[in-house]
Design a protein around this ligand. Structure first.
Ligand code: CA
Length: 705
């Protein structure tokens, strides 16, 4: 045994000597360029989706279905942020580079687990109020000897990969507006491409390309038109005709906050465009229209930034059905013919296969139950809408499935070419879309035109139980050629981690229950499970160092589902945030420190004495401004403070100091004096006191049963 390991350790060195390569004991440095990112290297993970096609499939098979059970923790590193960790690490030449919550970057030596350097862009705490979905970051881009990160407050920053020193920084958004960046940049043709988010807050979406060496802007591509008459590009003039009213005053939305893919042979960059701003189309574009290019895949000539084609998945979007989800490219044989396709499982619940040379619809089928559309037009791919789903037109509430959380969110899929399967971290959710007849745009907070207070979860055990039961998740193995499911694993709840597939026949996923699992790709049989002590939402990567295969993943519960949905965020249970980088290999022997079980403290609020009208006013304000971070009906998903337990509830002055004056701004809780008066803020306190008393009574009733 000992001898065998000795031999295995020497082999890569012997190989190096034979090849006569230079570069010292760590081997020759990989050249991080368009060619290596397009093809991928076995030893590294060079780009967000591993390769430009974003398949997240590794050819490595040292760890495989035979030995996955021998996986163990090689080492771990605790992180200095306690919010959602959504990042895909990069692995280059035996080093790991990660981005964490609050857009921080860290570099580690894989063999030793040693921290090499860290970089903190010092995002101001008040940037958090512009972020719909936690202060997360999904990853870095690499090119040459540089790394690139988009910071939450809207900067694109170049870092020296060897030292972690900042090389250049550009502000890529109007920082007076509600833009954020959480997505990973991509680099093509020496240009760093970065998008942004903010479509819940009244912004206009775009992507920008910057020279990787200098940070000089090369081009910018807007996804929605400016005011009529102000659009010069032909594709925006065409889009103008699909909008009505004063849409440009509300921003329009269409932010590109996550997915991109690139085909070097076609030189086409594919971007996924987000939802409309505000959601409710009756406000955004009164009278309807397709509202191009919302909820579309758009192909852009990468060198020039010119429009090539688009495919709109949800015309006249009104449900927060973004098309920003993972875009994956593959070459498939369909009806006996080789096709260059783009595959997409957006929020709206349909799996699309599109010809990536021209945007032509090939096929589409729902991968979870949906009720907003009965299917897709087989020729055009246009959805056949259920007319009742248009709460913007009917003016009536609509319980939509999927809800704004989507049938699939940002969590990356993975592809196994040998099995011919795309794996989807899917979710089954619903949401009450209720038009808000009194809606007016505000400078801060959610601007959706939907009434979040009216649809808030009541303190009724039966309703809560039904909501918990119907909110769930699945790991779906989808055959994109046949457009059907081959296997499915039902998960305890939604918001499970992104995926990695390998030539070892393995599919890796961390999940919301706090486990990191290796499955057999062919049938979904679990082969290995690691209890991670916290919900995992990020996707894993794999790579080798000196010939030994590793698997790395960020752990740490958070993201939008941990913040806004209230009680259903607790569905899977593991809602503690323990933010860590976990690195595994065969025979790894490291162990995590023991944790205490999660014990929920009993509620002990002051008595509810405020008049019903004040509580109702507070509920309305809470629904619009507070619930997005502190949870529907003031029930926290375990990442942001649960206000029902707040010590400030019993102290009106402290409450005002925090909520009105912004005493906790550095932590991400800004003051709301711009949009809320002191009496509004007192009403919110009355509402939270009422909610805490209701839940205390429920808990007591349950205990005495
Ligand atoms: Ca959105």
């Amino acid at each position: 045994m000992r001898g065998l390991r000795f031999w295995a350790g020497l082999a890569p060195l012997a190989l190096l000597a034979a090849c006569g390569t230079s570069g010292g004991s760590s081997g020759s440095a990989v050249s991080v360029d368009g060619e290596t990112i397009a093809k991928g290297t076995d030893a590294d993970w060079l780009s967000y989706g591993r390769t430009y096609d974003e398949q997240r499939f590794s050819p490595l098979k040292q760890i495989n279905t035979e030995n996955a059970g021998q996986l163990g923790l090689a080492w771990f590193a605790d992180l200095d942020t306690a919010r959602g960790q959504e990042g895909t690490p990069l692995a280059i030449d035996g080093k790991l580079y990660i981005s964490t919550a609050w857009s921080k970057v860290k570099a580690y030596d894989v063999a030793s687990g040693k921290l090499l350097w860290e970089y903190d862009p010092k995002v101001p705490g008040d940037a958090a109020v512009k972020a719909c979905c936690d202060v997360v970051n999904r990853g870095l881009a690499a090119w040459g000897d540089k790394l690139f990160i988009g910071s939450l407050d809207g900067r694109l920053i170049a870092i020296d990969r060897a030292t972690g020193k900042e090389l250049w920084s550009v502000v890529t958004v109007d920082q007076t507006k509600n833009y954020t960046i959480t997505g990973a940049p991509r680099v093509v043709n020496g240009l760093v491409i970065i998008g942004n988010g903010g479509a819940e807050y009244g912004v206009r979406g775009y992507v920008t390309a910057y020279d990787a060496n200098t940070g000089k802007q090369a081009w910018r591509f807007y996804t929605v038109p400016d005011q009529p008459g102000k659009n010069t590009a032909e594709y925006l003039k065409k889009a103008e005709a699909t909008w009505k009213g004063d849409y440009w005053k509300l921003g329009g939305g269409g932010t590109v906050w996550d997915a991109m893919a690139y085909d070097p042979a076609l030189d086409l960059l594919y971007i996924g465009v987000g939802n409309g701003s505000p959601w409710n189309q009756a406000y955004r574009s009164p009278g309807g229209g397709d509202n191009l290019y919302l909820s579309s895949i758009v192909a852009i000539h990468a060198k020039t930034g010119e429009y090539a084609w688009h495919f709109q998945e949800t015309p006249g979007e009104t449900w927060d059905y973004t098309a920003t989800q993972h875009i994956m490219l593959a070459d498939l044989t369909i009806d006996g013919k080789p096709r260059k396709v783009l595959m997409h499982a957006p929020k709206n619940g349909f799996f699309y296969v599109i010809d990536r040379t021209n945007g032509q619809f090939i096929s589409g089928k729902n991968y979870v139950p949906v009720n907003w559309a009965t299917g897709l037009d087989p020729k055009t791919g246009r959805p056949i809408e259920n007319p009742q789903s248009r709460y913007d037109k009917t003016g009536k509430p609509w319980i939509g499935s999927p809800g704004p959380g989507g049938a699939h969110s940002w969590h990356p899929m993975a592809y196994d070419p040998a099995e011919g399967l795309v794996f989807i971290p899917a979710q089954i959710t619903a949401f009450p879309y209720i038009p808000d007849p009194k809606w007016k745009p505000a400078a801060m907070g959610f601007n959706t035109g939907a009434d979040f207070a009216a649809g808030s979860m009541p303190a009724d055990p039966k309703v809560r139980e039904a909501a918990l039961k119907s909110t769930t998740g699945a790991l779906v193995a989808w055959d994109p050629v046949a457009q059907k499911e081959r296997w499915r694993l039902d998960m305890k709840g939604p918001w499970n981690g992104g995926l990695l597939a390998t030539a070892g026949g393995l599919l890796f996923q961390g999940n919301a229950t706090g486990n990191f699992v290796a499955y057999a790709s062919k049938d979904g049989k679990p082969l290995w499970t690691f209890p991670a002590q916290t919900g995992i939402i990020a996707p894993p990567i794999t790579f080798t160092v000196k010939g030994e295969q590793y698997v790395a993943i960020l752990a740490g519960w958070g993201g939008s589902f941990a913040l806004s949905p209230g009680i259903v965020a607790l569905k899977s249970g593991a809602t503690r945030n323990v933010s860590r980088l976990l690195v595994f290999k065969l025979g790894g022997k490291a162990v995590l420190p023991a944790t205490q079980p999660i014990v929920e403290a009993p509620l002990n609020p002051p008595p509810a004495t405020a008049p019903a009208a004040v509580v109702a006013q507070g509920g309305q304000i809470f629904g619009r401004y507070c619930g997005v971070c502190h949870g529907d009906a003031a029930i926290s998903g375990g990442v942001t403070p649960d206000l029902r337990h707040s010590a400030a509830l019993g102290d009106a002055k402290t409450w005002q100091a925090i909520v009105h004056d912004g005493a906790l701004t550095a932590n991400g809780m800004v003051g709301w004096s711009k949009v809320l008066s002191p009496s509004d803020i007192d009403a919110v306190r009355a509402y939270v006191i009422k909610r805490a008393n209701e839940d205390k009574a429920l808990a007591q009733a349950k205990a005495t049963k």
